[in-house]
Design a protein around this ligand. Sequence first.
Ligand code: MN
Length: 472
Amino acid sequence: MASGAPTANHCSRDLREWLTHLSATDRLEVAKLGLGLKYELAAVSQRLERDKAVLFPGPDGHAVPVVANLLASRAWIGDCLAVSEDEVIQRYQDAVRNPVPWVEVEDGPVQAVVHRDVDINAQLPVPTHNELDSGPYIAAGLMISRNPKNGIQNVSIHRCQISGPDRIGVLLLPRHTWTYAQLAEEVGEALEVAIVIGVDPAALLASQAVVPLDFDEMEITGALHGAPVEMVKCKTNNVRVPARAEIVLEGRVLPGVAEPEGPFGEFPQYYGRQANRHVIQVDAITHREAPIFHTIVGGGMEHLLLGGLPREATLLETMQRNDPAVLDVHLSRGGVCRYHLVVRIAKKQEGQAKNIMLGAFAGHYDIKQVIVVDEDVDIHDPESVEWAVATRFQADQDLLVVSNTQGSKLDPTTTDDGVGAKMGLDATIPLAADEFTYTVIQVPGAGDIDLDKVLDDKGAAAAIIAGDRRGN
Ligand code: MN
Protein backbone atom coordinates (compact mmCIF):
# COMPACT_ATOMS: atom_id res chain seq x y z
CA MET A 1 0.00 0.00 0.00
CA ALA A 2 1.26 3.45 -0.94
CA SER A 3 0.84 4.86 2.58
CA GLY A 4 2.86 1.98 4.01
CA ALA A 5 0.13 1.31 6.55
CA PRO A 6 -1.42 -2.12 7.02
CA THR A 7 -4.81 -2.76 5.44
CA ALA A 8 -7.61 -2.90 7.96
CA ASN A 9 -8.85 -6.42 8.58
CA HIS A 10 -12.47 -5.33 8.25
CA CYS A 11 -14.41 -2.35 7.00
CA SER A 12 -14.84 0.29 9.71
CA ARG A 13 -18.53 0.51 10.61
CA ASP A 14 -18.60 3.93 12.22
CA LEU A 15 -16.48 7.07 12.44
CA ARG A 16 -14.78 6.11 15.70
CA GLU A 17 -13.64 2.73 14.40
CA TRP A 18 -12.04 4.46 11.41
CA LEU A 19 -10.38 7.15 13.57
CA THR A 20 -9.07 4.48 15.92
CA HIS A 21 -7.55 2.64 12.95
CA LEU A 22 -6.04 5.85 11.53
CA SER A 23 -4.56 6.69 14.92
CA ALA A 24 -3.08 3.20 15.32
CA THR A 25 -1.40 3.53 11.91
CA ASP A 26 0.00 7.04 12.55
CA ARG A 27 -2.35 8.83 10.17
CA LEU A 28 -4.29 11.00 12.64
CA GLU A 29 -2.86 14.34 13.75
CA VAL A 30 -4.36 16.40 16.57
CA ALA A 31 -4.31 20.20 16.27
CA LYS A 32 -3.64 22.48 19.21
CA LEU A 33 -6.70 23.46 21.23
CA GLY A 34 -8.93 26.22 19.91
CA LEU A 35 -8.05 26.82 16.24
CA GLY A 36 -10.49 29.04 14.34
CA LEU A 37 -13.56 27.67 12.54
CA LYS A 38 -13.27 30.39 9.91
CA TYR A 39 -10.57 29.40 7.38
CA GLU A 40 -7.91 28.29 9.91
CA LEU A 41 -9.23 24.76 10.35
CA ALA A 42 -9.63 24.37 6.56
CA ALA A 43 -6.12 25.75 5.98
CA VAL A 44 -4.57 23.13 8.24
CA SER A 45 -6.71 20.38 6.70
CA GLN A 46 -5.68 21.42 3.20
CA ARG A 47 -1.97 21.34 4.09
CA LEU A 48 -2.37 17.77 5.35
CA GLU A 49 -4.89 16.58 2.75
CA ARG A 50 -2.60 14.02 1.07
CA ASP A 51 -1.03 12.69 4.28
CA LYS A 52 -3.05 12.83 7.46
CA ALA A 53 -6.49 13.04 8.98
CA VAL A 54 -6.69 15.76 11.62
CA LEU A 55 -8.76 16.32 14.76
CA PHE A 56 -9.43 19.86 15.97
CA PRO A 57 -10.33 19.98 19.67
CA GLY A 58 -12.19 23.04 20.97
CA PRO A 59 -12.46 24.94 17.66
CA ASP A 60 -13.24 28.59 18.55
CA GLY A 61 -13.78 27.30 22.08
CA HIS A 62 -16.60 24.98 20.96
CA ALA A 63 -17.06 21.83 23.08
CA VAL A 64 -17.43 19.61 19.99
CA PRO A 65 -14.23 18.68 18.10
CA VAL A 66 -14.05 18.69 14.30
CA VAL A 67 -12.35 16.05 12.16
CA ALA A 68 -11.22 16.40 8.51
CA ASN A 69 -9.39 14.36 5.85
CA LEU A 70 -10.96 10.97 6.55
CA LEU A 71 -9.63 9.91 3.12
CA ALA A 72 -6.29 11.18 1.83
CA SER A 73 -5.56 8.85 -1.09
CA ARG A 74 -6.90 5.96 -3.12
CA ALA A 75 -4.86 3.66 -0.88
CA TRP A 76 -6.84 4.86 2.13
CA ILE A 77 -10.06 3.94 0.30
CA GLY A 78 -8.71 0.42 -0.11
CA ASP A 79 -7.84 0.39 3.56
CA CYS A 80 -11.29 1.55 4.68
CA LEU A 81 -12.93 -1.15 2.53
CA ALA A 82 -10.40 -3.74 3.78
CA VAL A 83 -9.08 -4.56 0.27
CA SER A 84 -5.96 -3.65 -1.70
CA GLU A 85 -5.87 -0.45 -3.74
CA ASP A 86 -6.26 -2.47 -6.96
CA GLU A 87 -9.44 -4.10 -5.70
CA VAL A 88 -11.45 -1.03 -4.66
CA ILE A 89 -13.57 -0.75 -7.83
CA GLN A 90 -14.42 -4.44 -7.79
CA ARG A 91 -15.29 -4.37 -4.08
CA TYR A 92 -17.52 -1.36 -4.60
CA GLN A 93 -19.24 -2.95 -7.62
CA ASP A 94 -19.89 -6.11 -5.60
CA ALA A 95 -21.57 -4.02 -2.91
CA VAL A 96 -23.78 -2.18 -5.42
CA ARG A 97 -24.82 -5.51 -6.99
CA ASN A 98 -25.48 -7.18 -3.64
CA PRO A 99 -27.04 -4.56 -1.36
CA VAL A 100 -27.73 -5.48 2.28
CA PRO A 101 -30.97 -3.97 3.69
CA TRP A 102 -30.66 -2.08 6.96
CA VAL A 103 -32.44 -3.05 10.16
CA GLU A 104 -34.37 -0.78 12.47
CA VAL A 105 -33.41 -0.68 16.15
CA GLU A 106 -35.22 0.95 19.06
CA ASP A 107 -32.53 3.38 20.08
CA GLY A 108 -28.93 4.26 19.36
CA PRO A 109 -26.06 6.39 20.61
CA VAL A 110 -26.82 9.11 18.03
CA GLN A 111 -29.92 10.04 20.05
CA ALA A 112 -28.20 10.19 23.47
CA VAL A 113 -28.69 13.99 23.50
CA VAL A 114 -31.72 15.70 21.90
CA HIS A 115 -31.97 19.46 21.26
CA ARG A 116 -35.48 20.61 20.37
CA ASP A 117 -34.51 24.27 20.71
CA VAL A 118 -32.24 24.39 17.71
CA ASP A 119 -29.37 26.86 17.34
CA ILE A 120 -27.05 25.24 14.81
CA ASN A 121 -23.96 27.41 15.24
CA ALA A 122 -24.26 27.28 19.04
CA GLN A 123 -24.77 23.52 19.18
CA LEU A 124 -22.37 22.49 16.40
CA PRO A 125 -18.91 23.74 15.30
CA VAL A 126 -19.63 24.49 11.64
CA PRO A 127 -16.54 25.70 9.75
CA THR A 128 -16.16 28.20 6.91
CA HIS A 129 -13.77 26.78 4.31
CA ASN A 130 -12.96 28.81 1.20
CA GLU A 131 -12.40 32.56 0.91
CA LEU A 132 -15.64 33.53 -0.84
CA ASP A 133 -17.96 30.97 0.81
CA SER A 134 -21.10 32.73 2.03
CA GLY A 135 -20.40 31.50 5.59
CA PRO A 136 -20.36 28.27 7.59
CA TYR A 137 -21.41 25.13 5.73
CA ILE A 138 -22.20 21.58 6.73
CA ALA A 139 -20.23 19.93 3.93
CA ALA A 140 -20.02 16.29 5.05
CA GLY A 141 -23.62 15.51 5.95
CA LEU A 142 -25.43 12.52 4.50
CA MET A 143 -28.83 13.83 3.45
CA ILE A 144 -31.39 11.08 4.02
CA SER A 145 -34.86 11.66 2.59
CA ARG A 146 -37.95 9.49 2.08
CA ASN A 147 -39.94 9.13 -1.10
CA PRO A 148 -43.28 10.54 0.14
CA LYS A 149 -45.16 8.03 -2.04
CA ASN A 150 -43.50 4.76 -1.06
CA GLY A 151 -41.25 5.51 1.93
CA ILE A 152 -38.03 4.35 0.23
CA GLN A 153 -35.06 6.31 1.50
CA ASN A 154 -32.36 8.08 -0.49
CA VAL A 155 -28.87 8.97 0.71
CA SER A 156 -26.77 11.72 -0.87
CA ILE A 157 -24.52 14.61 0.11
CA HIS A 158 -25.51 18.25 -0.46
CA ARG A 159 -23.81 21.44 0.60
CA CYS A 160 -25.77 22.95 3.50
CA GLN A 161 -25.42 26.66 4.25
CA ILE A 162 -26.29 27.79 7.76
CA SER A 163 -28.87 30.48 6.95
CA GLY A 164 -30.22 31.00 10.48
CA PRO A 165 -30.37 29.34 13.92
CA ASP A 166 -32.68 26.60 12.62
CA ARG A 167 -32.54 27.19 8.87
CA ILE A 168 -30.38 25.69 6.15
CA GLY A 169 -30.03 26.69 2.49
CA VAL A 170 -29.34 23.64 0.36
CA LEU A 171 -28.32 22.95 -3.25
CA LEU A 172 -30.39 20.07 -4.63
CA LEU A 173 -29.29 19.21 -8.16
CA PRO A 174 -32.10 17.64 -10.22
CA ARG A 175 -31.53 14.11 -8.98
CA HIS A 176 -33.10 11.98 -6.28
CA THR A 177 -33.56 14.27 -3.27
CA TRP A 178 -34.81 16.91 -5.68
CA THR A 179 -37.33 14.46 -7.17
CA TYR A 180 -38.64 13.52 -3.71
CA ALA A 181 -38.93 17.23 -2.83
CA GLN A 182 -40.94 17.75 -6.04
CA LEU A 183 -43.27 14.86 -5.17
CA ALA A 184 -43.89 16.40 -1.74
CA GLU A 185 -44.31 19.90 -3.13
CA GLU A 186 -46.93 18.73 -5.67
CA VAL A 187 -49.23 17.94 -2.76
CA GLY A 188 -48.20 21.06 -0.84
CA GLU A 189 -46.11 19.19 1.72
CA ALA A 190 -42.61 19.50 3.12
CA LEU A 191 -40.09 16.71 2.47
CA GLU A 192 -38.89 15.04 5.65
CA VAL A 193 -35.10 14.81 5.77
CA ALA A 194 -32.20 14.14 8.11
CA ILE A 195 -28.65 15.42 7.78
CA VAL A 196 -26.29 12.84 9.26
CA ILE A 197 -22.80 14.00 10.28
CA GLY A 198 -19.97 11.74 11.41
CA VAL A 199 -20.06 8.38 9.65
CA ASP A 200 -17.37 6.00 8.37
CA PRO A 201 -15.85 6.48 4.89
CA ALA A 202 -17.71 3.44 3.46
CA ALA A 203 -21.03 5.14 4.21
CA LEU A 204 -19.77 8.33 2.54
CA LEU A 205 -18.63 6.39 -0.54
CA ALA A 206 -21.93 4.47 -0.71
CA SER A 207 -23.86 7.75 -0.75
CA GLN A 208 -22.11 8.69 -4.00
CA ALA A 209 -23.17 5.59 -5.96
CA VAL A 210 -24.72 6.34 -9.34
CA VAL A 211 -27.82 4.16 -8.94
CA PRO A 212 -31.48 4.56 -10.00
CA LEU A 213 -34.17 6.46 -8.14
CA ASP A 214 -35.57 4.46 -5.21
CA PHE A 215 -32.33 2.55 -4.66
CA ASP A 216 -31.50 3.11 -0.98
CA GLU A 217 -27.75 3.80 -0.87
CA MET A 218 -27.65 2.76 2.81
CA GLU A 219 -27.98 -0.83 1.55
CA ILE A 220 -24.65 -0.37 -0.25
CA THR A 221 -23.14 0.71 3.06
CA GLY A 222 -24.47 -2.51 4.59
CA ALA A 223 -22.83 -4.53 1.83
CA LEU A 224 -19.50 -2.72 2.28
CA HIS A 225 -19.70 -3.21 6.06
CA GLY A 226 -20.57 -6.87 5.65
CA ALA A 227 -23.47 -6.32 8.08
CA PRO A 228 -26.84 -4.54 7.97
CA VAL A 229 -26.64 -0.92 9.14
CA GLU A 230 -28.62 -0.38 12.33
CA MET A 231 -31.00 2.55 11.92
CA VAL A 232 -33.18 4.50 14.36
CA LYS A 233 -36.28 6.57 13.64
CA CYS A 234 -35.82 10.32 13.98
CA LYS A 235 -37.45 12.03 16.96
CA THR A 236 -39.49 14.53 14.90
CA ASN A 237 -40.11 12.75 11.59
CA ASN A 238 -40.18 9.33 9.91
CA VAL A 239 -36.67 9.29 8.46
CA ARG A 240 -34.41 6.46 9.68
CA VAL A 241 -30.78 7.32 10.41
CA PRO A 242 -27.66 5.30 11.31
CA ALA A 243 -27.75 4.59 15.03
CA ARG A 244 -23.96 4.88 15.34
CA ALA A 245 -23.58 8.23 13.56
CA GLU A 246 -22.26 11.17 15.58
CA ILE A 247 -24.83 13.91 14.90
CA VAL A 248 -28.23 14.20 13.15
CA LEU A 249 -30.15 17.33 12.14
CA GLU A 250 -33.83 16.47 11.63
CA GLY A 251 -35.82 18.74 9.37
CA ARG A 252 -38.08 19.45 6.40
CA VAL A 253 -37.44 20.84 2.92
CA LEU A 254 -40.09 23.58 2.82
CA PRO A 255 -42.47 23.56 -0.18
CA GLY A 256 -42.56 26.69 -2.31
CA VAL A 257 -39.73 28.40 -0.42
CA ALA A 258 -36.48 29.57 -2.06
CA GLU A 259 -33.82 31.71 -0.41
CA PRO A 260 -30.25 32.76 -1.32
CA GLU A 261 -27.62 30.02 -1.03
CA GLY A 262 -23.94 30.30 -2.01
CA PRO A 263 -21.33 31.05 -3.13
CA PHE A 264 -19.52 27.88 -2.09
CA GLY A 265 -16.08 26.56 -3.16
CA GLU A 266 -16.71 23.42 -5.21
CA PHE A 267 -14.85 20.40 -6.65
CA PRO A 268 -13.81 22.09 -9.96
CA GLN A 269 -11.76 24.54 -7.81
CA TYR A 270 -14.20 27.39 -8.54
CA TYR A 271 -17.18 28.74 -6.66
CA GLY A 272 -20.76 27.68 -7.22
CA ARG A 273 -22.57 31.01 -7.40
CA GLN A 274 -25.35 32.33 -5.23
CA ALA A 275 -28.95 31.65 -6.25
CA ASN A 276 -32.35 31.14 -4.63
CA ARG A 277 -32.48 27.51 -3.60
CA HIS A 278 -34.33 25.04 -1.36
CA VAL A 279 -34.61 25.70 2.37
CA ILE A 280 -34.58 23.17 5.22
CA GLN A 281 -36.32 23.99 8.50
CA VAL A 282 -34.42 22.15 11.24
CA ASP A 283 -36.72 20.78 13.95
CA ALA A 284 -34.23 18.96 16.19
CA ILE A 285 -30.56 18.08 16.58
CA THR A 286 -29.61 14.78 18.17
CA HIS A 287 -26.11 13.55 18.89
CA ARG A 288 -23.94 11.11 20.79
CA GLU A 289 -22.46 11.91 24.17
CA ALA A 290 -19.29 13.88 23.31
CA PRO A 291 -19.90 13.87 19.52
CA ILE A 292 -17.33 14.52 16.78
CA PHE A 293 -18.21 16.79 13.83
CA HIS A 294 -16.86 15.80 10.41
CA THR A 295 -16.18 18.40 7.74
CA ILE A 296 -14.99 18.13 4.13
CA VAL A 297 -13.07 21.08 2.71
CA GLY A 298 -14.83 22.06 -0.53
CA GLY A 299 -12.63 21.18 -3.52
CA GLY A 300 -10.10 19.35 -1.34
CA MET A 301 -8.65 15.85 -1.78
CA GLU A 302 -11.33 14.13 0.31
CA HIS A 303 -14.08 15.84 -1.71
CA LEU A 304 -12.51 14.69 -5.01
CA LEU A 305 -11.82 11.13 -3.84
CA LEU A 306 -15.38 10.66 -2.65
CA GLY A 307 -16.69 11.76 -6.03
CA GLY A 308 -14.26 9.69 -8.09
CA LEU A 309 -14.39 6.06 -7.04
CA PRO A 310 -18.19 5.53 -7.04
CA ARG A 311 -18.43 7.07 -10.51
CA GLU A 312 -15.57 4.90 -11.79
CA ALA A 313 -17.33 1.79 -10.49
CA THR A 314 -20.63 2.65 -12.15
CA LEU A 315 -19.04 3.75 -15.43
CA LEU A 316 -16.92 0.61 -15.62
CA GLU A 317 -19.96 -1.59 -15.10
CA THR A 318 -22.05 0.20 -17.75
CA MET A 319 -19.21 0.34 -20.24
CA GLN A 320 -18.26 -3.32 -19.79
CA ARG A 321 -21.89 -4.26 -20.40
CA ASN A 322 -21.68 -2.39 -23.71
CA ASP A 323 -18.27 -3.78 -24.65
CA PRO A 324 -16.26 -6.39 -22.72
CA ALA A 325 -13.08 -5.02 -24.32
CA VAL A 326 -13.15 -2.31 -21.62
CA LEU A 327 -10.67 -3.39 -18.92
CA ASP A 328 -10.47 -0.44 -16.52
CA VAL A 329 -11.40 3.23 -16.14
CA HIS A 330 -10.01 6.12 -14.14
CA LEU A 331 -11.29 9.63 -13.42
CA SER A 332 -8.07 11.59 -13.10
CA ARG A 333 -7.24 14.02 -10.28
CA GLY A 334 -6.41 16.81 -12.76
CA GLY A 335 -9.86 16.34 -14.26
CA VAL A 336 -11.28 16.92 -10.75
CA CYS A 337 -12.12 13.20 -10.49
CA ARG A 338 -15.25 13.82 -12.59
CA TYR A 339 -14.62 15.43 -15.97
CA HIS A 340 -11.69 13.50 -17.51
CA LEU A 341 -11.95 9.75 -17.96
CA VAL A 342 -9.18 7.41 -19.10
CA VAL A 343 -10.28 4.02 -20.44
CA ARG A 344 -8.00 1.02 -20.88
CA ILE A 345 -9.14 -1.46 -23.52
CA ALA A 346 -8.11 -4.68 -25.23
CA LYS A 347 -8.79 -3.40 -28.73
CA LYS A 348 -10.26 -5.88 -31.21
CA GLN A 349 -11.88 -3.64 -33.86
CA GLU A 350 -11.08 -0.37 -35.58
CA GLY A 351 -13.56 2.32 -34.52
CA GLN A 352 -14.17 0.54 -31.21
CA ALA A 353 -12.54 3.31 -29.17
CA LYS A 354 -15.02 5.87 -30.51
CA ASN A 355 -18.02 3.69 -29.64
CA ILE A 356 -16.58 3.33 -26.15
CA MET A 357 -16.22 7.12 -25.83
CA LEU A 358 -19.87 7.61 -26.77
CA GLY A 359 -20.87 5.09 -24.13
CA ALA A 360 -18.80 6.96 -21.52
CA PHE A 361 -20.43 10.30 -22.40
CA ALA A 362 -23.83 8.68 -22.02
CA GLY A 363 -22.73 7.06 -18.74
CA HIS A 364 -22.50 10.35 -16.84
CA TYR A 365 -23.17 13.89 -18.04
CA ASP A 366 -20.16 15.21 -16.07
CA ILE A 367 -17.74 13.40 -18.41
CA LYS A 368 -16.19 15.90 -20.76
CA GLN A 369 -13.02 14.22 -22.05
CA VAL A 370 -12.36 10.53 -22.68
CA ILE A 371 -8.93 9.17 -23.56
CA VAL A 372 -8.93 5.55 -24.72
CA VAL A 373 -5.63 3.68 -24.38
CA ASP A 374 -4.27 0.19 -24.93
CA GLU A 375 -3.64 -2.46 -22.30
CA ASP A 376 0.01 -1.51 -21.72
CA VAL A 377 -0.77 2.02 -20.46
CA ASP A 378 -0.99 2.76 -16.71
CA ILE A 379 -4.21 4.78 -16.50
CA HIS A 380 -3.44 5.89 -12.92
CA ASP A 381 -0.18 7.52 -14.09
CA PRO A 382 -0.76 10.86 -15.91
CA GLU A 383 2.68 10.59 -17.60
CA SER A 384 1.88 7.19 -19.04
CA VAL A 385 -1.44 8.50 -20.41
CA GLU A 386 0.21 11.58 -21.91
CA TRP A 387 2.82 9.34 -23.56
CA ALA A 388 0.04 7.33 -25.21
CA VAL A 389 -1.55 10.53 -26.55
CA ALA A 390 1.84 11.81 -27.70
CA THR A 391 2.69 8.65 -29.66
CA ARG A 392 -0.60 6.96 -30.62
CA PHE A 393 -2.96 9.82 -31.46
CA GLN A 394 -3.43 11.98 -34.57
CA ALA A 395 -5.98 14.76 -34.12
CA ASP A 396 -7.40 14.73 -37.65
CA GLN A 397 -8.32 11.05 -37.39
CA ASP A 398 -8.50 10.12 -33.74
CA LEU A 399 -10.37 13.08 -32.24
CA LEU A 400 -14.12 13.00 -31.64
CA VAL A 401 -15.99 16.20 -30.72
CA VAL A 402 -19.68 16.27 -29.89
CA SER A 403 -21.12 19.78 -29.60
CA ASN A 404 -24.02 21.10 -27.51
CA THR A 405 -24.31 18.24 -25.07
CA GLN A 406 -25.28 18.32 -21.41
CA GLY A 407 -22.28 18.86 -19.14
CA SER A 408 -21.56 19.83 -15.57
CA LYS A 409 -23.24 23.04 -14.46
CA LEU A 410 -20.20 23.67 -12.24
CA ASP A 411 -17.80 23.63 -15.23
CA PRO A 412 -17.23 27.36 -15.79
CA THR A 413 -16.90 26.90 -19.56
CA THR A 414 -20.42 25.53 -19.97
CA THR A 415 -23.31 27.89 -20.55
CA ASP A 416 -25.72 28.61 -17.70
CA ASP A 417 -27.74 25.47 -18.17
CA GLY A 418 -24.64 23.27 -18.34
CA VAL A 419 -24.44 22.88 -22.13
CA GLY A 420 -20.97 22.13 -23.52
CA ALA A 421 -18.93 19.89 -25.79
CA LYS A 422 -17.49 16.40 -25.34
CA MET A 423 -14.04 15.41 -26.56
CA GLY A 424 -12.73 11.91 -27.15
CA LEU A 425 -9.14 10.96 -27.95
CA ASP A 426 -8.40 7.56 -29.44
CA ALA A 427 -4.83 6.89 -28.33
CA THR A 428 -4.84 3.22 -29.28
CA ILE A 429 -2.47 1.63 -31.78
CA PRO A 430 -4.08 1.06 -35.21
CA LEU A 431 -4.71 -2.67 -35.69
CA ALA A 432 -3.17 -2.49 -39.18
CA ALA A 433 0.09 -0.95 -37.93
CA ASP A 434 3.19 -3.06 -38.45
CA GLU A 435 4.45 -4.56 -35.24
CA PHE A 436 7.91 -2.98 -35.26
CA THR A 437 6.62 0.62 -35.45
CA TYR A 438 4.93 0.25 -32.07
CA THR A 439 7.45 -2.02 -30.37
CA VAL A 440 8.18 -0.22 -27.11
CA ILE A 441 11.90 0.07 -26.36
CA GLN A 442 13.22 -1.76 -23.38
CA VAL A 443 16.54 -2.49 -21.76
CA PRO A 444 16.70 -6.22 -21.05
CA GLY A 445 16.96 -6.95 -17.33
CA ALA A 446 16.31 -3.35 -16.17
CA GLY A 447 13.41 -4.39 -14.01
CA ASP A 448 15.26 -7.22 -12.28
CA ILE A 449 18.54 -5.52 -11.36
CA ASP A 450 19.45 -5.70 -7.65
CA LEU A 451 21.24 -2.38 -7.16
CA ASP A 452 22.88 -3.49 -3.89
CA LYS A 453 24.65 -6.25 -5.82
CA VAL A 454 25.90 -4.12 -8.71
CA LEU A 455 26.83 -0.77 -7.07
CA ASP A 456 30.11 -0.08 -5.24
CA ASP A 457 30.36 2.21 -2.21
CA LYS A 458 30.45 5.99 -2.60
CA GLY A 459 34.20 6.37 -2.06
CA ALA A 460 34.96 4.49 -5.29
CA ALA A 461 34.02 7.48 -7.47
CA ALA A 462 36.84 9.74 -6.16
CA ALA A 463 39.43 7.04 -6.85
CA ILE A 464 38.24 6.48 -10.44
CA ILE A 465 38.14 10.22 -11.16
CA ALA A 466 41.67 10.49 -9.76
CA GLY A 467 42.97 7.83 -12.13
CA ASP A 468 42.45 4.47 -10.44
CA ARG A 469 41.92 1.93 -13.23
CA ARG A 470 40.80 -1.14 -11.30
CA GLY A 471 41.20 -4.48 -12.92
CA ASN A 472 43.69 -3.09 -15.42
MN1 MN B 1 -30.13 7.98 -4.91
